[in-house]
Design a protein around this ligand. Sequence first.
Ligand SMILES: [Zn+2]
Length: 91
Amino acid sequence: MEVKKITLYGDTPTCQLGGGVLPECDNPAEYDMPTVYGPWAYLCEEHYQSHTPSGAGAIGTHITWVGDATRTREVGPESFGPHAFGVDVRP
Ligand SMILES: [Zn+2]
């Protein structure tokens, strides 16, 4: 399954998985995906492989972050994920 690729403006966030029972994860987040726990999260490559339910790639997105923090709008009409929509990515 090819994961849909989008581009968002802003600094690359760190992976949101980690903490609690998992070790903290400071890897750069490349994916916006549902997790095995239910909520969507920005995930690094490693946690995308290990902590998303089967089929997640069909509805999640692969995000390329371009570091222009002055803009938060998506690049095109197709270029947003359900989780990313409405999220302010500015630091
Ligand atoms: Zn991670």
